[in-house]
Design a protein around this ligand. Structure first.
Ligand code: KG4
Ligand code: ZN
Length: 336
């Protein structure tokens, strides 16, 4: 699609430095420097360590994205970077670098909402993804159910009242001694396990779109401590599958509550948690049962990447929007 803008997207909101060059739905390059190993020994993301690692990686990674795409910087139509939400020190690195690069190239700059990036990610792989749709966004820091009435017109119907879904995976995996990040560890650890082995609670049944995971955390820790003492601890795959099932069921239920209420003909998803195999399976099965279309990014497009930032930026670029050179990051930016 040659009429589409050629955009460099930068993402540094958490623990991945990412850069991509995108034209329309074509991802010409998408590169990533993961800090997972740096943070793993602390059992979670250390903001200061993250910011420093972004500083070290951003320049080389940007060059690699441009080189892999075969694009000279002067040919770009715009530069985009995540503006928020995220860790302030981490956001500042990509945002300041992107703004400066755009200024040096005399190109427009666009600051992008990270969650809107996740919301746009399915578009890169599904040509027919379009509003209206219910979008379930679940990452390490945020979980929300969004009614996308149109591109750029979002209503957040519900969100977590305590931990984000990814945070619940991360904390529970740490408690179970499975390491960091917890989502992939529990996903992998659940292989061959029985999801009904332990009936953990599904919270906030009385609120159609909101979720809460702190009660689950208490239930799991209490159960495991008691079972351990009594010598009745189930095998780890059963435990992982049961924990995973409790989180997944809540996300799926609330998503389809929103589908019912809005009458949306499609469901989409984004954010690292959407890489979860069981969640994908259940969303797809329920959508098929109801005759609703489903648009999920491939797992590597669910987790943080620069292409989704470029995709969201392309929409705003097309509307003539630009971010002012004196704009700042907004670590608590909220979608809808
Ligand atoms: O969107 P993301 O890459 O970064 C943030 O914006 O936070 O999401 C990261 C979160 C982490 O909490 C991680 O444990 C979770 O996504 N995650 C998963 C899986 N892969 C990553 N959760 C469940 N199952 C997975 N396979
Ligand atoms: Zn994310």
């Amino acid at each position: 699609m040659t009429g589409d803008p050629l955009i460099l997207g930068l993402e540094t909101s958490c623990d991945e430095t990412a850069a991509a060059v995108v034209r329309g739905r074509d991802v010409l390059s998408s590169v990533l420097a993961s800090q997972v190993e740096m943070h793993a020994r602390f059992g979670g993301v250390v903001p200061e360590v993250a910011a420093r690692a972004h500083v070290e990686a951003i320049r080389g990674l940007t060059h690699r994205a441009l080189r892999d795409a075969g694009v000279h910087p002067v040919d770009l139509d715009a530069v985009a970077a995540t503006r928020g939400p995220g860790l302030a020190g981490a956001l500042m690195v990509g945002f300041a670098y992107g703004k400066t690069l755009a200024w040096a190239l005399a190109k427009p700059f666009l600051g992008v909402d990270h969650m809107e990036g996740h919301l746009f990610a399915p578009l890169l792989e599904h040509a027919d993804y379009c509003p209206p749709a219910v979008v379930v966004l679940a990452s390490g820091g945020h979980s929300q159910i969004v009614h996308m009435r149109d591109w750029g017109d979002y209503e957040t119907l519900g969100s977590t009242i305590d931990d984000a879904a990814g945070e619940a995976f991360d904390k529970l995996a740490r408690f179970l001694g499975l390491g960091f990040p917890g989502g992939p560890a529990i996903d992998g650890g659940s292989e061959g396990g029985d999801p009904n082995a332990v009936a953990f609670p599904r919270a906030l049944a009385d609120r159609p779109y909101d979720f809460s995971f702190s009660g689950l955390k208490t239930a799991v820790t209490t159960f495991v401590r008691r079972a351990h003492e009594e010598g009745t601890l189930p095998p780890m795959p059963d435990l992982c599958a049961s924990v995973q099932e409790a989180i997944v069921d809540v996300l799926v239920d609330k998503t389809f509550n929103a589908v019912e209420a809005t009458g949306a003909p499609a469901v989409a998803g984004g954010g690292g948690v959407l890489a979860n195999r069981r969640l994908r399976e259940k969303l797809e099965a329920e959508a098929a049962r109801r005759g609703v279309a489903v648009f999920l990014p491939s797992p590597s497009m669910c987790t943080d990447n620069g292409a989704m930032i470029a995709a969201a930026a392309a929409f705003h670029y097309g509307r003539g929007e630009r971010t002012a050179p004196d704009a700042e990051i907004d670590s608590s930016l909220r979608l809808g």
